[in-house]
Design a protein. Structure first.
Length: 255
């Protein structure tokens, strides 16, 4: 996360905080039952870093970095592979919009697309030998999640304020914020930490105020002020991940 945030912001203090939050936020403490996944999240921001560089610089070394990091992440866990897929889709969307707005050269666009296709084919080749046996066993044993389980394990918006029972600093909120809709208790301990929430909210408010002031000062014929790049990328990822986490049916305040 340090490298990815540095590539976006060039702020020593900012990237240090981003790395600390990504590695040690209270959400991780609430998901200790998923230790195998918690120990392998490091490849996600590195994969996004190489994807961003590839779509901007059109270099084979970035394609190689994307292949290694995305491949290792997907081999680590199908859950984290799904998380990575969301991040890749968001960064790809943002960079594609940037291509269209800035008029990227056909050489850069075509080269990056060719390299992305090559990376996708190589990752598919290394995943196929482990994916096919997995699905064979799943089908033989009749394993899988039902729609009801998907609904019950989906997040309620207030789950992002719910801390685990062993978090002595914030567990006093559990009587008020404990999810009563689902029997999957630990799946709803999604509190990322007070510092993380304050920083995210404060930065969002600051950027939106600056965007609004720029928009008001812009003449009618001029393009309106836009969010800066570092905010746009993380905002797209955050909003997309939040919406997906709500699952196939929205339940609010555990109803």
């Amino acid at each position: 996360m340090y490298a990815f945030a540095w590539d976006l912001t060039r702020s020593r203090k900012g990237v240090f905080l981003a790395a600390i939050i990504y590695g040690f936020c209270p959400w991780r403490l609430g998901q200790m039952g998923h230790m195998a996944q918690l120990l392998t999240y490091q490849w996600i921001p590195l994969a996004l870093l190489f994807l961003r560089r590839l779509m901007r610089e059109n270099r084979w070394r970035d394609a190689g970095g994307l292949f290694v990091c995305a491949g290792l992440q997907m081999l680590s866990s199908f859950y984290t592979a799904a998380f990575l897929a969301v991040g890749i889709a968001c960064v790809f969307f943002y960079e594609t919009v940037r291509w269209l707005r800035q008029g990227a050269s056909n050489r850069v666009v075509a080269g990056a697309i060719v390299k992305l296709l090559a990376v996708g084919l190589l990752i598919g080749a290394i995943l196929l030998p482990v994916t096919l046996p997995y699905y064979e066993v799943r089908n033989e044993l009749g394993l899988g999640r039902s729609l009801q389980e998907a609904i019950e394990t989906s997040a309620d918006p207030f789950d992002y304020l719910s801390a685990p029972v062993w978090n002595h600093l914030y567990n006093w909120t559990r009587p008020y914020l404990q999810n009563r809709f689902s029997k999957w208790g630990a799946e709803h301990w999604l509190f990322p930490g007070l510092v993380c929430l304050i920083l995210a909210l404060g930065e969002s408010v600051r950027i939106m105020r600056r965007w609004w002031k720029t928009r008001r000062k812009s003449p009618p014929t001029a393009p309106a002020g836009s969010l800066n790049e570092r905010t746009a990328v993380f905002l797209i990822i955050a909003v997309t991940a939040f919406v997906i986490s709500l699952g196939p049916r929205l339940h609010l305040w555990w109803e």
